[in-house]
Design a binder for this molecule. Structure first.
Ligand code: LRH
Ligand code: MN
Ligand code: MN
Length: 388
């Protein structure tokens, strides 16, 4: 199987947003290892993200996390990014690091704490106005550790009320995406544990509210591509946080732990129109590079998404439908697997070169001298955010 020009035209439009925090030092609760050259400022993170985009042509946007990426002048940051040929993307709120949020943020029983969390989101929306960002991404650490600790139902009602206030602040071109996660840091229940809860909450808000699907936020064995298909069908899949995991919310390089799962997800994206020009789906990475170098980690990630998208586009959908309708179980499965097993790396390398990009972005980065330069220039790099 080879990649045809229609597939290449689709791939050419692919844009994957990079998380600013992927460039900072991160780790586990046991240890955060430093990496030479780690950015000290958001400007340096943008410069690293721009390098990924320069070598791959795949990553023109950078997502911010507030307050981790707080600056005095967001319009100036927008210009700074533009000079590097990238734009500022999703603004991620953060209500998981203040003492006030120990028992919840948007769901808290105390109206003053809820208002503090709502005000933080208002600030994020103001920032979006200056940065030109489309999406406000909300992930909440809210939840409880023990049965009986909180009134699950009451928390859901307060969440709906708080989200409505945030939603009402959005501009016409702005959206709210609500990310779900079934555990951590709360271990008994979380207030937005699954796509159904996120869907119920955003549906009550209106058209500008959609679901964010982080691929690392499901119980092991969950059929994530089914959720993708369902949300696309309902018109409520707003964005992805891509990463991969072996056990929990590992935030490993996308496509590293289970390439076949990434293929199945991207096939449902293709099938559901998620790559169409009018698609509402934003593609973002949410990863941490604890032991590997961060810039090549991000390059590897966007290439993995591109390769798996190419393979998903290779599925002969007409033949697949015919086999499905004929009850040809093994034939249908073989059609899907043929595409999955196709090695597209050579074709993509040649195509990259034809567009003035390096055939091998990983090798080009290693040869560029950028890593040595930042390692020499930057002393005292920042943590990604947690514990900073
Ligand atoms: C929560 C999460 C969410 C946060 C990010 C740092 O686990 O996936 O997207 O904003 O990690
Ligand atoms: Mn996430
Ligand atoms: Mn996560």
């Amino acid at each position: 199987m080879t990649i045809d020009s229609t597939t290449l035209a689709t791939l050419e439009k692919q844009a994957i947003e990079l998380p600013s925090w992927a460039f900072g030092n991160s780790g586990t609760r046991f240890k955060v290892f430093g990496t030479p050259g780690t950015p000290r400022t958001i400007q340096e993170k943008l410069s690293d993200a721009a390098k990924v985009n320069e070598l791959t042509g795949l990553a023109p946007k950078v997502a911010l996390h507030i307050p981790w990426d707080k600056v005095d002048d967001y319009a100036a940051l927008r210009d700074y990014a533009a000079n590097l040929n990238v734009t500022l993307g999703t603004v991620n709120s953060n209500t998981f690091q203040d003492d006030a949020y120990k028992y919840g943020s948007l769901t808290h029983t105390d109206a003053a704490v809820r208002q503090k969390a709502i005000d933080h989101h208002f600030e994020c929306i103001d920032i979006m106005g200056s940065t030109g960002s489309q999406d406000l991404k909300i992930w909440l650490a809210d939840g409880t550790n023990y049965p009986g600790q909180g009134d699950i139902r009451g928390r859901q009602d307060r969440l709906a009320e708080s989200l409505q206030k945030i939603y009402d602040r959005l501009g016409d071109d702005q959206r709210l995406v609500l990310e779900y996660k079934f555990f951590e840091p709360a271990f008994y229940h979380t207030d937005v544990p699954d796509w159904g809860t996120s869907y119920a909450q955003v549906s009550a808000l209106g058209d500008k509210a959609l679901v964010c699907l982080d691929t690392g936020h499901h119980a092991p064995g969950t059929n994530i591509e089914f959720i993708v298909a369902q949300l696309l069908r309902l018109g409520k899949l707003g964005s992805f946080d891509f990463n991969s995991r072996f056990y929990a919310d590992d935030d490993l390089i996308v496509g590293a732990a289970d390439p076949f799962q990434l293929f199945r997800i991207l096939y449902e994206v293709v099938r559901g129109g998620g790559l169409d020009d009018d698609s509402p789906v934003a593609f973002m990475l949410d990863q941490c590079h604890n032991v590997e170098d961060k810039i090549p980690g991000q390059i590897r990630s966007v290439l993995n998404v591109q390769e798996m998208t190419a393979r998903a586009l290779l599925v002969d959908r007409e033949a697949l439908l015919a086999a499905q309708n004929a009850g040809d179980v093994l034939g249908a499965n073989a059609i899907l697997m043929d595409a999955f097993y196709t090695d597209v790396r050579g074709d993509l390398a040649a195509w990259r070169e034809s567009r003035g990009l390096p055939a091998d972005p990983m090798a080009a980065y290693a040869a560029s001298g950028y890593q040595e330069q930042i390692a020499a220039e930057r002393v005292g790099g920042q943590q990604a955010g947690w514990g900073a």
